[in-house]
Design a protein around this ligand. Structure first.
Ligand SMILES: *[C@@H]1O[C@H](CO)[C@@H](O)[C@H](O)[C@H]1NC(C)=O
Ligand SMILES: *[C@@H]1O[C@H](CO)[C@@H](O)[C@H](O)[C@H]1NC(C)=O
Ligand SMILES: *[C@@H]1O[C@H](CO)[C@@H](O)[C@H](O)[C@H]1NC(C)=O
Ligand SMILES: *[C@@H]1O[C@H](CO)[C@@H](O)[C@H](O)[C@H]1NC(C)=O
Ligand SMILES: *[C@@H]1O[C@H](CO)[C@@H](O)[C@H](O)[C@H]1NC(C)=O
Ligand SMILES: *[C@@H]1O[C@H](CO)[C@@H](O)[C@H](O)[C@H]1NC(C)=O
Ligand SMILES: *[C@@H]1O[C@H](CO)[C@@H](O)[C@H](O)[C@H]1NC(C)=O
Ligand SMILES: *[C@@H]1O[C@H](CO)[C@@H](O)[C@H](O)[C@H]1NC(C)=O
Ligand SMILES: *[C@@H]1O[C@H](CO)[C@@H](O)[C@H](O)[C@H]1NC(C)=O
Ligand SMILES: *[C@@H]1O[C@H](CO)[C@@H](O)[C@H](O)[C@H]1NC(C)=O
Ligand SMILES: *[C@@H]1O[C@H](CO)[C@@H](O)[C@H](O)[C@H]1NC(C)=O
Ligand SMILES: CC(=O)N[C@H]1CO[C@H](CO)[C@@H](O)[C@@H]1O
Length: 609
């Protein structure tokens, strides 16, 4: 049953925090630039204009440069072939992507093989148009771990320099204080480009390339969300995707209508920053050579290099919240008698694992009666992290972890064996927990039909956990937290290893879950894209596969290489819609201060015991 602590509230408003303090570092380091209006009339080549204004690029010049690169049918076909071969052979979810989604998910089924084939006979006005078309097809899988990055057309970041968030309030007219700059009020955004602001964001979340299966999670990701870093809260990298983009936006500016409470209008140009491989170009040809073609070994392009500095949203208030311990991306807090363990990733080695264990122990010693696990904005971590960290909380269930399998094809078969790319010696057979007796034992003989296609999959397996980690787990004292006094809180963006961790605690530990944000009165997933293990195929990753060509351009195809199953229902978790037990919504304070959400989440536990 879905419940909410805001039953009487019925309005969702979009709010905005205006930032004027943060500028691009490149503006400071390169004071000279050619005024655009002068250059434009003289120079035909978009990339030449762009080169002349690279320290302060204009939208029109980026667009003209991108669109000036000619479509080459032969190159396009090579790219289609790489994508097709890699995904057909390795991507275990390809068949299931053709099936209708479960209730709670919002996406269209896609037969990617067929769609890729259709691209072959289409003609495009530019290489950019083609690359965006193939990139868009892959995003239609709505798999957070699966995407095609292009060096050529992800060479700029675009920022509106503002932070959009959504609140549910009893009274939309209420005036908020601006936390960031006292001279700005928090204003309600009523319209974007003359249309209802919420609808615009919803449409963006639905239609744009945010690749999660639950529309509510995409909506949350389009808006800003904050995480703790060093005792302050900052915006989580990769959130705020409406106002901070890596693909060329559809127009040069956005027109906002805001209520402060006086109605005012402003039009924001995108602030644009070069993040590509090389500024050493002066025309289309040299732009293409430098930023689009693969080069020698070190040419893996940088993704999401973030040059716009992170603003600080709030100091973690020591009076209300005691930071007990921080260990890497794990934070342990005490709020009264509520213990909070917040994980913003699940990357940890055995030293950090000991500290994490110590964090739980300290919360126990400080008499935390309830435990809130805040897994918001957690992009995942190592594949072995979920079984290890769940074993700290559910010690008796270490070995019956969610099983995985992978796709078996003629190409993958050659890559399986001792010392090879897929080494069954690192894995345990499921459910026996024994070593695989041979390569053949791992390859197995399983054909599964999904979406009308039959494919082969390996025997089911779990990851082996190394003996040092097992020893640490074995040292764990028993904590007093059970499903009766523990709750998992997320904003739905708990992906990869985090998704597996939360799904496991919910399914096997039967822990209640609460998700925050999303659409009012609409249930929301507490995790996204459980996937399995992510793999990158790129121009120069040094992992190129026998029998599969290389990308002819600087590009990186990232995808899941294994799939993970529920223990109880045997469903593939990626396609299994799991909504949180409870719902919370942001208000103007909790949007800036997660500790408010911790108390609200813990309140649900009162009703339980
Ligand atoms: C593409 O065009 C060729 C001939 O122009 C045709 O034989 C082929 O069937 C077409 N492929 C698709 C997928 O439409
Ligand atoms: C911005 O939108 C408002 C409301 O639709 C409209 O009145 C105004 O003319 C727009 N401004 C610009 C510059 O397009
Ligand atoms: C999302 O977009 C699809 C088309 O791609 C459309 O069919 C669907 O109705 C949209 N959903 C919402 C909630 O807007
Ligand atoms: C956090 O603080 C440490 C030590 O003061 C510093 O080295 C580190 O760069 C800080 N991290 C961030 C993200 O600011
Ligand atoms: C670009 O630079 C090359 C050599 O560095 C030069 O030969 C060429 O004329 C330049 N092109 C433009 C359009 O400035
Ligand atoms: C895979 O190999 C088998 C036998 O080696 C062969 O019969 C089959 O056609 C191959 N399949 C593909 C898709 O190449
Ligand atoms: C499983 O294999 C490991 C080596 O990877 C070995 O140390 C262990 O003894 C084997 N276990 C069994 C039950 O055979
Ligand atoms: C694989 O399974 C099929 C039926 O599921 C069976 O006919 C075939 O003999 C099996 N092959 C091997 C090598 O076990
Ligand atoms: C766990 O520790 C106990 C002693 O505290 C020991 O008897 C047992 O063998 C250990 N188990 C493992 C799997 O290491
Ligand atoms: C949880 O609460 C239920 C009902 O209050 C009780 O029956 C059960 O024993 C409790 N479980 C644990 C593990 O404390
Ligand atoms: C919330 O949804 C329930 C049904 O799920 C409906 O009965 C109720 O009226 C809705 N409340 C609001 C305020 O929309
Ligand atoms: C202590 C505990 O949580 N045990 C669970 C382990 O997993 C099985 C299902 O695989 C549950 O039935 C147990 O309750």
């Amino acid at each position: 049953m879905i419940t909410s602590s805001f039953q009487t509230f019925n309005k969702i408003g979009l709010l905005i925090a205006l930032i004027v303090l943060y500028s691009l570092p490149s503006l400071l380091s390169e004071p000279y630039f050619v005024p655009r209006s002068e250059v434009k009339s003289e120079v035909e080549d978009g990339c030449t204009r762009l080169a002349q204004t690279i320290s302060s690029p204009s939208y029109d010049d980026v667009k003209a440069c991108y669109e000036g690169i000619m479509y080459d049918a032969e190159r396009a076909n090579q790219i289609i072939e790489v994508v097709e071969e890699v995904l057909l052979n390795f991507y275990p979810l390809l068949d299931q992507a053709k099936e209708e989604p479960q209730a709670g998910f919002s996406f269209e089924p896609i037969d990617l093989g067929k769609e890729l084939n259709l691209l072959r006979n289409k003609s495009f006005n530019s290489d950019f148009e083609f690359m965006m078309a193939i990139r868009g097809l892959i995003f239609q899988l709505r798999d957070g771990s699966t995407m095609l990055g292009t060096g050529c057309y992800n060479a700029f970041e675009f920022s509106q320099s503002l932070f959009l968030y959504s609140v549910v309030t009893p009274d939309k007219q209420q005036i908020m204080q601006d936390f960031l700059d006292p001279s700005n009020n928090n204003c309600e955004v009523t319209e974007i480009n003359g249309q209802n602001a919420l609808e615009v964001i919803k449409e963006f979340a639905n239609g744009s390339i945010i690749n999660f299966r639950d529309l509510g999670v995409r909506f949350n990701r389009a808006l800003v969300s904050i995480i703790p870093v060093n005792n302050t809260f900052v915006d989580a990298g990769g959130s705020n995707l409406f106002a901070h983009r890596w693909d060329l936006p559809e127009s040069s500016n956005i027109n906002y209508t805001v209520s402060c409470p006086d109605i005012l209008n402003f039009v924001r140009e995108w602030k644009i920053n070069f993040v590509g491989r090389s500024k050493d170009f002066n025309d289309t040809k040299s732009y293409f050579d430098q930023n689009c073609l693969p080069q020698s070994k070190s040419s893996k392009f940088k993704k999401n290099k973030r040059l716009i500095s992170k603003p600080t949203f709030n100091q973690i208030k020591v009076s209300q919240v005691e930071l007990v311990l921080s260990a890497g991306d794990a934070y342990f807090y005490l709020v009264g008698d509520i213990g909070v363990a917040q994980f913003t990733s699940l990357y940890f080695d055995n030293n950090l694992l000991r500290e994490i264990q110590n964090g739980f122990q300290l919360l126990h010693e400080k008499n935390a009666k309830k435990l809130v696990l805040d897994l918001s904005n957690n992009q995942g971590g190592y594949a072995t992290a979920p079984p290890i960290i769940s074993a700290l909380l559910l010690p008796s269930n270490t070995s019956s972890f969610f099983p995985n399998d992978q796709k078996i094809t003629n190409i993958t078969e050659q890559m399986i064996g001792p010392g090879k790319f897929f080494d069954p010696n690192g894995l345990l057979s499921f459910p026996s927990k024994e070593n695989f007796s041979s390569t053949e034992d791992f390859i197995g003989n399983n054909s599964i039909q999904r979406g009308g296609t039959t494919s082969r999959y390996s025997s089911k397996f779990n990851f082996k956990i190394n003996s040092d980690a097992l020893n640490i787990i074995n040292d764990t004292k028993e904590y007093p937290w059970t499903k009766n006094n523990t709750i998992i809180l997320t904003n739905g963006y708990c992906g990869g290893a985090c998704a597996i961790f939360s799904l496991y605690l919910a399914e096997i530990g039967q822990y209640p879950t609460v998700s925050v944000g999303g659409f009012y009165n609409t249930s929301l997933s507490f995790s996204t894209s459980p996937g399995g293990e992510s793999f990158s195929y790129c121009s120069s990753c040094n992992n190129n596969i026998n029998g599969i060509p290389n990308f002819p351009v600087l590009a990186e195809l990232t995808f899941n290489i294994i799939e993970t199953y529920s223990v109880l229902t045997d469903e593939v978790l990626d396609y299994s819609s799991r909504h949180a037990t409870y719902r919370l919504y942001y208000d103007d304070e909790s949007a800036r201060d997660p500790s408010i959400l911790w108390s609200e989440a813990a309140n649900f536990l009162n009703n339980e015991s």
